[in-house]
Design a protein around this ligand. Structure first.
Ligand code: GLU
Length: 487
């Protein structure tokens, strides 16, 4: 098969959560194909049935669908485009057929060694300080011996025969890499149960699916020479390699799906937006050509170039993610923000307040949606608070000045009926002018009295507008009482 446009695949093993490093690999593979008008495929590599984790494939599908990394092709089984699944492909016996072709060509051989023999040889190699590798015992078997073993029904595996010499290959990120073939093990291609190993199925499928660019984590750099020897033995074109450096938690620890670090689902649950997560992940080890850091998925397709991927590992930086997330939240219209914020607002508030107005007030200061409940929980009920909050050097206020301001305001607020921003603004600023004081001298105590908090999204006017007349007055009366009791 020859293809004149990029064909990439994301080939996850469903062994756990999808952490941001996995998602980044998927994103880069997607963008490499899309930036060249090509196709993106999804292949579930589940040949190692013992390592499978229940539910892991659904997490992969959901994550790709939610983030918009939609695969273009799959097996023809009717319905929407299905992903390729190795355990399904295995059933046709195709992998074994390919392995036997290699045996014919002299690039693979039958091995009848049992566990005990292998273990013995491993122990000996270790004792003499060598890296344990298959000792090629069965390579010495004659065709007659092999036939006799097969006829007798002896269990066997098929191993790759690594030729002598050196193997050099090119990686688009790491450059040319050369290894001495003597360091490569005659790895198993087909197991005793007739199933392919992960390493073999991976190569066969990349070829069968016409993959032009293999994008994956750099932990596979070391296996690539063995894969290339297989391509060469078959006489197939070797794809371009793009091995991405790992995403680290900090300078020494990788993000790992085993301990559930920063998976896409975790981040969504923490209140990050899908677009922001994807945008942040794009920048995690890739540099745009210009200054622009914000990209929609469509924009990424135009901007992406392979050389922008960094050689050094990326460190997951929660502050940067926060900054990108805030950028997306602040760019939204109030309606869009309200829709996203509503489930979080409802976590803190059961009262019948105008949630759209609450959203409008919190939007400019909101960086992560999950922080909303804590920022607005005072709206549900006036918390217990210390009157120390009334002390502000900047506003020249303290408990005493605040008490007298609140007492003066209370009857005015009782007589006032227009509890809208404009209505309250006109009335309060009129009062402030009459008192001949600075704005903060009145607005600071009023804000504390109705919120009971040091920091609030929005000031006294916004809070009174949300609370409405009755609740605002109740809170002011309560706060006056608190201040009087402390005199
Ligand atoms: N199945 C491998 C993994 O989940 C990926 C190998 C590849 O992309 O070639 O790590």
């Amino acid at each position: 098969m020859k293809f004149d446009h990029a064909r990439t695949r994301f080939a996850p093993s469903p062994t756990g959560y999808m952490h941001v490093g996995n998602l980044r690999t998927a994103l880069y593979a997607y963008l490499i194909s899309k930036s060249q008008g090509g196709k993106f495929l999804l292949r579930i590599e589940d040949t190692d049935q013992e390592r499978l984790v229940e539910g892991a494939t659904d997490i992969i599908y959901d994550t790709l669908r939610e983030t918009g990394l939609i695969w273009d092709e799959g097996p023809d089984i009717g319905g929407p485009v299905a992903p390729y699944i190795q355990s399904e492909r295995m059933k046709s016996g195709m992998y074994k057929k390919y392995a036997l072709e290699l045996v014919e060509k002299g690039a693979a051989y039958y091995c009848f060694c049992d566990k005990d023999r292998l273990e013995e040889s491993r122990v000996l190699q270790k004792a003499s300080g060598k890296a344990p590798m298959y000792d090629r015992h069965c390579l010495k078997l004659t065709p007659e011996e092999i036939k006799a073993n097969l006829d007798a029904g002896m269990p066997y595996v098929i191993r790759q025969k690594i030729p002598e010499g050196e193997t050099t290959f090119h990686d688009e990120i790491f450059g040319d890499i050369t290894v001495d073939n003597s360091t490569l093990d005659d790895q198993i291609l087909i197991k005793t149960d007739g199933m392919p190993t992960y390493n073999f199925a991976n190569v066969i499928d990349d070829h069968e699916m016409g993959i032009t660019h293999v994008v994956r984590g750099n932990e596979y750099l070391a296996s690539s020479p063995k894969y290339n020897l297989l391509y060469e033995a078959f006489g197939w074109d070797i794809p371009k390699y793009i091995h991405c450096p790992p995403v680290m938690k900090d300078a020494t620890n990788k993000l790992s799906k085993r301990n559930g670090d920063a998976s896409y689902q975790d981040l969504v649950a923490k209140g990050y937006l899908t677009e922001a997560i994807l945008n942040y992940i794009l920048l995690l080890g890739w540099s745009p050509k210009g200054e622009e850091e914000f990209f929609t998925l469509e924009e990424m397709k135009d901007a992406f170039y392979i050389e922008g991927i960094s050689k050094s590992s990326a460190i997951f930086d929660p502050q940067k993610l926060r900054y990108i997330n805030a950028g997306y939240l602040h760019k939204m219209t109030v309606d869009q923000f309200h829709e996203k914020a509503l489930p979080w607002i409802k976590k803190a508030i059961t009262k019948d307040y105008d949630t759209k107005f609450i959203a409008e007030v919190i939007q400019p200061r909101c960086e992560v949606l999950s922080e909303i409940p804590e920022q607005i929980d005072f709206l549900e009920e006036l918390p217990e608070y210390s009157t120390e909050l009334y002390v502000s050097k900047k506003m020249k206020t303290n408990q005493e000045t605040s008490l007298s301001v609140l007492k003066e305001l209370l009857p005015v607020l009782e007589n006032h009926n227009d509890y809208t921003m404009d209505g309250l603004h006109e009335m309060l600023f009129g009062e402030i002018e009459k008192m001949g004081v600075k704005n903060g001298y009145v607005l600071w105590p009023l804000r504390v009295a109705v919120s009971g908090k040091q920091f609030t999204p929005g000031g006294a006017l916004e809070i009174c507008t949300i609370l409405g007349k009755e609740e605002s007055l109740n809170r002011i009366r309560k706060s006056i009482e608190l201040l009087e009791n402390q005199q």
